[in-house]
Design a protein around this ligand. Sequence first.
Ligand code: MG
Ligand code: MG
Length: 257
Amino acid sequence: MITIKSAREVEVMAAAGRILTDTLVLIESHTRPGVTTEDLDRLAEDFILGHPGALPSFKGLYDFPKSLCTSINDEIVHGIPSKSRELQDGDIVSVDCGVCLEGLHADSARTIPVGEISADVERLLSVTREALDAGITAAVIGNHTGDIGHAVQQIAEAAGYTVVRELVGHGIGTRFHEEPQIPNFGTPGRGHSLTEGMTLAIEPMVNAGKRDIRTLKDKWTVVTADGSLSAHFEHTVHVHPDGPRILTAGPATTAAE
Ligand code: MG
Ligand code: MG
């Protein structure tokens, strides 16, 4: 079911989004060679719980054990933070997080460089940010989910990259994953129509190589089948007559402002 949010509900989600953005800014400032993904998870969880009423959305969601998903290099999404995963110079790490406030969720992700990364890798990140930006721009009343997917796909494929098809963006609200699904590919005018009060998590996953994926034995971590790098950026967006409003934007947000 697609849920339409009241103005009050959207403001609660925006408040959750501000805590979430601050969390990701904090994580970005601590991301450097030698830090473990467990260190980042602990920082994020403590920071979120330091805000009265706020909870990390991921912890316990479908029995996921942590507050962040940390996905390094060829890992696309759903990497589990671990004290045995130490970040190395030149890595990229997708940090995905959710915050719940008064029963309403916000969802955001960014892919963070560790130390110095090559120009090729920097290009993958900037194209993926651009794809998110284009997807958000298409999130207007009267458009369809296919317009968002098409916009994302065009940017990624024009740059020579591929989009992951098995994993999608989603509606978000009192449940973390709501309808409609928002694929990162599509045909303009197809899919669900976008109406006022919808809140959507738009999240391109862009691979430097082929689009195929596989899931590791931990049953969570999704990786590129060919071992190529993958980037992931995500914002929660409110569909509004004045245009899309990003609920997870903030001063240090690197995408789509
Ligand atoms: Mg997310
Ligand atoms: Mg999401």
